[in-house]
Design a protein around this ligand. Structure first.
Ligand code: GLA
Length: 727
C-alpha cells in the first residue's frame, strides 16, 4: 500500500466528483463492472459484480432482481446477525459502527481509475475510505480500506477486511489452492454448500506453502477452463489471511477477505492511517482460464517486478552440491552452464559464515560474510569466472532470518522475535525470525542487500529465501500493549525494506523463495521478479504443482528447474526430455551438478536450452490456455501459450500413466485464431522420435474443434509443439 500511495501522489490527477456521484456508481474494466449505490448519508450498498454494464443496463439489473442492494462493506453493530467486514471497539468501549457515505472521489492514473468512497460513522469521528482501483486495459479491480479516526484514545480494530462482495447462490462452485512443503498449490474444486468456507493461513511469515490467498468462484456450475462465469479473489498480502465465504439464506454468499484477525487486533491511534492490503477481484466469462489470464496480465503489468522483462536461463547450485559449496565446484558449474547455453549461475546456500560457518543449516544465518575456507577468491573470483564465461552471477541470502549460532545473534539477541517463554527454534534447531517490526532491524536487513550490491555491483540476481514461520510471538521493540501488532507490523516492515531495495536497485533480479513456494503471493511479488515454485523438483509432481500455481501466477514469474534423476525428493527417475518439457512451461533453469551428466545428456540439454530461447517470448509473455488437467486423471495433461495476436503458440502435452490399449482423450488446442492456418514444428525432439504432427499445417479451427490423437506412445512421453501462422 505504501508503494501505491507514493505512486498515487506522483501521478495522480485528482478531482472530486462533488455531488455528481449521488446514487449509482459503476466501476468498470474493459469487460467487467462493479455496481454500487452510494447515496450521501446512507449505507453504501453493493449492487452487482459481473460482465460490463452501462448506465442503461441498470434498469434491467434491477427489474430482473440481479441487484443485491445489500451492504457493500457490512460493519458490526446495529446489525449483528449478518456477516461483516469490520468490527471495532471505540475509544469509549462502544462496539457499534454505522458507516454512511460522506463523499466520493475519482482519481485517474495512467493505467487505472480509483474510486474512493469516503465513509464516516454516524456517531463517532471514525472513517473508512473504501477504494476501488479499476484497470483501464485489464479486467481486475483492486479494493482496499483506509481506516482512520479522531477519537480521543486509540480504537481497537478487531476485524478489518480488505473487501467484501456478494455472490448469487446458483450452482456456485469454489476452486481453491492448498498444500504443504513440496506439494504446494493442490487444486480443489467443490460446490459451495450451506456451511461457511474459510481459507486461511497462519504461517505468520510466508503464506504460499499451505492454503493460498486466492479463490475462484464459478457461477455456472462445475468450473470449465474456457467457458462459464468466474469471479476471482486474490489477497495481496504476505502474512496471515482469511478468505471467508458465508451463505445467507437462499440467495447468496458473502465473500470477505483480508488480514486474519487471529491474534492480530490492531490499536489504531488517533490520526494514524491503517491501510489494508488490497483484494484483487477479477471477472471472466471465459472460465477459470479467463480469470487466470486476467491475473497474469495484471501481474505482468506491475504486480510482479519488471513483469514484461525476459527472464534468464540459470543453473542454481542447491541440488547440485547442497551446503557443500567449494570454489572448484562453483567454477565448474559456471563453466558448465555457460557451455550449455545458460545465461546465469546462482550460488545457493552454504557460502557464508566465519565464526559460525554455514556447514550445516543450524549456523551462520545473519553473518553474510564469505567463508574463505570454501571460497578463497571470494565473490570476486566467482564474478570474474562468470564474466570470463559470459554468464551473469547470482547469490542466495536469507536476510529476514537468523541462527542462534551466529555473530549477529551474539551481538543482537533482542533482534529476533521472542517472547518471555522458552524460545522455540525452526530449521536446524536454531533458526529464528528477525523482528522486522523494529526499524533498526529493517535497516540491518536493508544493509545486508545494500552491502552485497555495493561491494559487488556485478551481482545480477538474488535468491531471497525465508525458511521459518513465525513461532515466538513476541517483539522486544513493540510496546506491551501493541504485541498483537506483530503479525502485521512484521510484513509492513518487510515491505518497507523491499521498497527501499527496489528504489535503489530496480534492475537486480530477485527471486522470492520460502522453503519452496512459500512466498507465492502478491503481497511481495511487486518487489520480486519471480518465485521458486516448490522445493519439489520431481517433474511429475511439478506438473500438478505448476498447474495449481498457474491459476494465479504468470509463467515468467514461475521458477522451474530441471533436476537430477533419480529425483532427490521423490526418488523417481524421469526422462531428461520430460524434465525439460515440464520446466520449459515457465522460467527455465537447472538445479543439478552438470558434471555428473553424461555427454548425451549434456547435448540434449544444450539443444533444449537453445530451443527454449526460441519459444521463450511466447511462454513468458503469452496467454496461458490450460487444456487437460493432471488432477482429472485422464492419463495425459496439456497446456499451451498463445501470443496476444495469435500468430504464435507453444503446446505442451505429457503422458502421466501408461497401460496397453489405454484410452486417451484427443488433444484439443485453445486460444488460436480459428480462421488462420498454423504450421507445427516439434521442439526438443529426443532420440530421433519425431512426432507425426511435425511439419504439418492445420487450421486453428481444426486444432481446436476436432483436435488430434495424442502423440504420446511411451511412459512419461512428452511433446512440445511450436505453432506459427502461415501467411
Ligand atoms: C530452501 C529453499 C531451497 C534452498 C534451501 C537452502 O529450502 O527452498 O531452494 O535454497 O533453502 O538452504
Amino acid at each position: 500500500m505504501m508503494k501505491k500511495l507514493t505512486i498515487l501522489s506522483l501521478f495522480i490527477l485528482t478531482f472530486s466528483m462533488l455531488k455528481a456521484w449521488n446514487g449509482d456508481i459503476i466501476v468498470s474494466t474493459p469487460n467487467s463492472s462493479l455496481f454500487l449505490h452510494a447515496s450521501e448519508g446512507e449505507e453504501l450498498r453493493f449492487g452487482y459484480y459481473g460482465s460490463r454494464l452501462s448506465v442503461n443496463d441498470l434498469g434491467q439489473i434491477r427489474a430482473s432482481r440481479n441487484d443485491f442492494n445489500r451492504a457493500a462493506y457490512p460493519v458490526f453493530g446495529t446489525n449483528i446477525d449478518q456477516e461483516n467486514a469490520m468490527q471495532v471497539v471505540h475509544a469509549d468501549g462502544d462496539m457499534t459502527l454505522d458507516l454512511t457515505v460522506a463523499d466520493v472521489e475519482e482519481e485517474s492514473l495512467p493505467d487505472a481509475a480509483i474510486t474512493r468512497i469516503k465513509l464516516a460513522d454516524k456517531v463517532y469521528p471514525f472513517y473508512v475510505d473504501l477504494c476501488y482501483k479499476a484497470y483501464k486495459n485489464i479486467d481486475v479491480i483492486e479494493t482496499w480500506a483506509e481506516i482512520s479516526h479522531k477519537e480521543k484514545k486509540p480504537v481497537i480494530l478487531k476485524k478489518f477486511a480488505s473487501g467484501h462482495i456478494l455472490v448469487r447462490n446458483d450452482e456456485t462452485w469454489i476452486t481453491h489452492f492448498h498444500g504443504s512443503w513440496g506439494a504446494e498449490a493442490e487444486v480443489t474444486t467443490e460446490p459451495l454448500t450451506s456451511g461457511i468456507k474459510e481459507i486461511r493461513n497462519i504461517d505468520g511469515a510466508r503464506n504460499g506453502l499451505d492454503d493460498r490467498a486466492a479463490v475462484m468462484i464459478s457461477l455456472d456450475g462445475r468450473p470449465q477452463e474456457n467457458s462459464g462465469r468466474v469471479i476471482g479473489a486474490v489477497l495481496c498480502w504476505n502474512g496471515n489471511f482469511k478468505i471467508r465465504v458465508a451463505p445467507e439464506y437462499k440467495w447468496g454468499y458473502h465473500l470477505t477477505a483480508g488480514i486474519d484477525e487471529y491474534a492480530s487486533e490492531y490499536k489504531l491511534e488517533p490520526g494514524e492511517l491503517f491501510s489494508t492490503p488490497s483484494l484483487a477481484l477479477t471477472f471472466s466469462s471465459d472460465g477459470l482460464g479467463g480469470a487466470s489470464r486476467n491475473y497474469h496480465r495484471w501481474a505482468r503489468n506491475g504486480m510482479v517486478h519488471n513483469g514484461s522483462a525476459q527472464r534468464d536461463i540459470l543453473l542454481n547450485s542447491w541440488e547440485g552440491v547442497y551446503l557443500d559449496v567449494k570454489e572448484p565446484e562453483m567454477y565448474g558449474m559456471i563453466r558448465n552452464i555457460a557451455s550449455l547455453g545458460g545465461e546465469l549461475f546462482v550460488m545457493d546456500d552454504g557460502w557464508f559464515g566465519t565464526k559460525y560457518p554455514r556447514d550445516t543449516d543450524s549456523a551462520g544465518l545473519g553473518d553474510w560474510i564469505v567463508d574463505t575456507r570454501k571460497l578463497p577468491s571470494g565473490i570476486d573470483g566467482l564474478i570474474k569466472t562468470a564474466k570470463e564465461n559470459g554468464v551473469k552471477f547470482g547469490i542466495w541470502i536469507e536476510p529476514e532470518n537468523i541462527n542462534s549460532k551466529s555473530v549477529l545473534f551474539d551481538e543482537h539477541p533482542d533482534w529476533a522475535l521472542q517472547s518471555k517463554h522458552e524460545i522455540k527454534y525452526g530449521r536446524g534447531g536454531t533458526q529464528l525470525l528477525l523482528d522486522l517490526c523494529n526499524p533498526k532491524v529493517q535497516d540491518a536487513v536493508f544493509t545486508v542487500v545494500d552491502t552485497l550490491l555495493t561491494s559487488y555491483p556485478e551481482i545480477a540476481y538474488i535468491k531471497w529465501d525465508a525458511n521459518v514461520n513465525l513461532k515466538n510471538y513476541g517483539s522486544k521493540f513493540l510496546p506491551a500493549d501493541k504485541q498483537s501488532h506483530i503479525g502485521i507490523a512484521y510484513h509492513k516492515g518487510l515491505e518497507k525494506v523491499l521498497h527501499r531495495i527496489r528504489d535503489k536497485y530496480p534492475d537486480v533480479v530477485i527471486q522470492a523463495c520460502g522453503s519452496g513456494g512459500g512466498r507465492a503471493n502478491y503481497g511481495v511479488m511487486p518487489y520480486f521478479d519471480e518465485f521458486w515454485v516448490s522445493d519439489n523438483t520431481d517433474a511429475l509432481q511439478r506438473l500438478y504443482i505448476q498447474w495449481g500455481t498457474s491459476h494465479i501466477f504468470p509463467a515468467m514469474a514461475m521458477a522451474q528447474h530441471v533436476s537430477a534423476a533419480p529425483n532427490h525428493q521423490t526418488g523417481r527417475s524421469l526422462p531428461l526430455k520430460f524434465r525439460f518439457d515440464v520446466a520449459m512451461t515457465g522460467r527455465l533453469g537447472m538445479e543439478l551438478q552438470p558434471s555428473k551428466m553424461s555427454d548425451s545428456e549434456r547435448d540434449f540439454s544444450r539443444n533444449a536450452i537453445a530451443e527454449y530461447k526460441t519459444i521463450r517470448p511466447v511462454v513468458q509473455q503469452g496467454d496461458l490456455y490450460r487444456l487437460i488437467s493432471p488432477f482429472d486423471k485422464k492419463g495425459v495433461s496439456s497446456l499451451m501459450y498463445v501470443t496476444p495476436d495469435k500468430s504464435r503458440a507453444v503446446f505442451f502435452c505429457y503422458k502421466l500413466d501408461h497401460f496397453n490399449n489405454q484410452w486417451l482423450p484427443r488433444l484439443k488446442m485453445a486460444g488460436l485464431d480459428p480462421g488462420k492456418k498454423y504450421r507445427i514444428r516439434e521442439v526438443n525432439v529426443a532420440d530421433g522420435d519425431r512426432c507425426y504432427l511435425d511439419g504439418a499445417v492445420f487450421s486453428g479451427s481444426m486444432l481446436m474443434d476436432m483436435g488430434f490423437e495424442a502423440p504420446l506412445w511411451k511412459e512419461y512421453a512428452s511433446r512440445v509443439l511450436e505453432l506459427t501462422v502461415v501467411d
